[in-house]
Design a protein around this ligand. Structure first.
Ligand code: PLP
Length: 373
């Protein structure tokens, strides 16, 4: 049996998406910039995908720009928003490295970055946000959903505070874990990043929503594709795959997470549920105290179950402890025993019974050894 519960790292591509992409690769290989019929056919494919993505977030097609991945979209939003007299970014301590690493670089370049703290439930403080907002703030960047614990952040409230202080401050959200998985609308947000491979689309495909009227600098310069905002010949098959995946996307059935959570709480002592109550249905993060997440991960792997210890979508894998759980105030032992289960609608409740059985056994076996007690 193979049970894939690492859907926040990436998802299985829908067969329909693969078929569509394969058809386009074979039949529609023109360059959308070409003036002849084959170019126009490719352009039509891109146009349809843009429409699908726009409608999935309540935007208009002119506001959608295709990129190579969520990481590129995040980098574009950060680097493109800064100006001579607007040198400050406000973000959170629990962002993905696609935000935190460019922030580090910007600090090295002399820009200022303020990091919002989180509490044990991964809440930010809106008062702290207010206190960080200054005249030279260019951008607030707060993720829509955290990739490790699934916390849903209050973008509407953040936008309200920004509006009260200074409407010209841009609000960006990294919605890589949110697109297609919850009701996600762009109202109040100026910039939004998303990625295709988290919603059963192709890897290496992303988008950045840029609200009409918002003027940020392009990050990649060249031949002027995407209205001069993102140069480089369009990846037409992947764009088509992204468009279809967005159209097909549905929130993950919440009963999977609830069933697994209840089963783990009933079957084991000394566990911590790290995903707060207001977390997305696709992510459940649990600390099994007195164990090591990495060892549990490999025991489960031997049973055909694939999970993650923290954030496997950054390449340092389990080498470092989770900066998210650390920011939430968990102790080293609590972080060490953490496992992230992440679901898709390809998972079933029957699978959860098997996962429960194998996880409870693996944890009990580990604890019996007493190695880390
Ligand atoms: N932001 C978040 C919240 C993520 O979970 C990921 C996952 O990889 C990324 C950004 C990066 O997206 P991509 O893999 O498309 O570069």
């Amino acid at each position: 049996m193979e049970i894939y519960l690492d859907n926040s790292a990436t998802t299985r591509q829908h067969d329909e998406v693969t078929e569509k992409m394969s058809e386009i690769m074979k039949e529609c290989y023109g360059n959308p910039s070409s003036l002849h019929r084959m170019g126009l056919d490719a352009e039509k494919v891109v146009k349809e995908a843009r429409k699908n993505l726009a409608s999935s977030i309540g935007a208009s097609p002119e506001e959608i720009f295709f990129t190579s991945c969520g990481t590129e979209s995040d980098n574009t939003a950060l680097f493109g928003s800064l100006k001579k007299n607007k040198r400050k970014i406000i973000t959170t301590r629990v962002e993905h490295p696609a935000i935190l690493e460019p922030c580090k670089r910007l600090e090295e370049m002399g820009y200022e970055v303020s990091y919002l703290d989180v509490d044990r439930d991964c809440n930010i403080s809106l008062d702290q946000l207010k206190s960080f907002l200054t005249e030279d703030t260019a951008l607030i960047s707060v993720m829509a959903v955290n990739n490790e614990v699934g916390k849903i952040f209050p973008l509407k409230e953040i936008a309200k505070i920004r509006d009260q202080v200074d409407k010209s401050i841009l609000l960006h959200t990294d919605a890589v874990q949110a697109l297609g998985k919850m009701d996600l609308k762009v109202s109040g947000v100026d910039l939004m990043s998303a990625s295709a491979h988290k919603i059963h689309g192709p890897k290496g495909m992303g988008m950045l929503y840029v609200r009409q009227g918002v003027n940020i600098k392009p990050y990649i310069l060249g031949g002027g594709q995407e209205k001069h905002f993102r140069s480089g010949t369009e990846n037409v098959p992947a764009i088509a795959g992204f468009g279809l995946a967005a159209k097909m996307a549905e929130p993950v059935d919440p009963s999977l997470k609830e069933y697994l959570k209840k089963g783990l709480l009933d079957g084991l002592d000394d566990i911590l549920i790290n995903s707060p109550l207001d977390s997305i249905s696709s992510i459940l993060n649990v600390s099994f105290l007195g164990t090591r997440g990495e060892v549990i991960l490999h025991s489960l792997e031997q049973e055909g179950i694939y999970v993650s210890t923290g954030s496997a979508c950054s390449s340092n894998k389990a080498a470092k402890g989770s900066h998210v759980l650390e920011a939430m105030g968990l102790s080293f032992k609590e972080i060490e025993g953490a496992i992230r289960f992440s679901f898709s609608n390809y998972n079933t409740l029957e699978e959860m019974d098997y996962v429960l059985d194998k996880t409870i056994n693996a944890v009990k076996r580990f604890r019996k050894l007493g190695a880390f007690r």
